[in-house]
Design a protein around this ligand. Structure first.
Ligand code: SAM
Length: 220
């Protein structure tokens, strides 16, 4: 049987309202954007990130690309510092079966991290903590420490510098901190390179899924 719909009920393609794209997929990770109903709901519920953790930042992509070429051991214990929505950690859980913890000074980012872990089908633990609250003993529990876009003020870059030093006291973790080369990061990286002959500054560029460039400070 052929069903014939009256033409008047069909909108012309040019006038049809298409649903807005509410997420993207990059490096195997699903990333919701601000138009997604669940992100809108969290905002309505009052989870307002106050220290720039209100969205996902691009430097994480530079670390994802690096880790794809230089993967950590399967099941590695990974700490993402200043994790925001936690997508770098979620990438590690998904790609490498990593056991991931994210810490952030701002508790408002936690629900966004939990949501992204859920839509990506992995688990990631969130703790509200500042860089300076992470003790050498706590840091020694991890194999790898990651951070992206977290050195945008001098005081933050200093805190991250001290955290990396503490990480070496009792533990074996190496660190990778990514940044689009803001001055506080550059100064901190120079200091680390001057004090640690094994540390490296790796310049990275991406043209897809976004155009991004920056440095990875790699400290073994
Ligand atoms: C620019 S956002 C980057 C978030 C995430 N890394 C990303 O790439 O999407 C900076 C994050 O650092 C967090 N942050 C700022 N100061 C901090 C501190 N002292 N200790 C821990 N986290 C901090 C903020 O709350 C925010 O989530």
């Amino acid at each position: 049987m052929v069903i014939r719909y009256p033409l008047a009920t069909l909108a012309h393609p040019a006038t049809m309202v298409m649903p807005a794209q509410t997420y993207r997929q990059a490096f195997g990770v699903k990333i919701l954007n601000s138009a997604h109903p669940d992100i809108r709901r969290l905002k309505r519920e009052g989870h307002d990130a106050a220290i720039h953790g209100n969205k996902f930042w691009n430097s994480s992509f530079l670390v994802m690309k690096y880790l794809k070429a230089n993967p950590p051991q399967q099941g590695a214990r990974i700490l993402e510092i200043g994790c925001g929505w936690g997508l770098l950690g979620i990438f590690c859980a998904k790609q490498f079966g990593a056991i991931v913890t994210g810490i952030d000074a701002d508790p408002a980012v936690g629900p966004y991290l939990d949501l992204h872990a859920k839509v990506n089908g992995v688990s990631m633990t969130f703790e509200k903590k500042t860089f300076s609250q992470l003790t050498a003993k706590h840091l020694a529990e991890f194999d790898l420490i990651l951070g992206a876009d977290i050195c945008f003020w001098d005081e933050l870059a200093n805190d991250v510098y001290r955290l990396m030093k503490r990480a070496k006291k009792l533990g074996q973790a190496h660190s990778i901190i990514a940044d689009p080369c803001r001055p506080p990061f550059n100064q901190m990286a120079e200091r680390v390179l001057a004090e640690n002959s094994d540390a490296r500054l790796l310049r990275r560029r991406l043209s897809s899924p976004v155009r991004a460039s920056g440095d990875l400070l790699w400290v073994p």
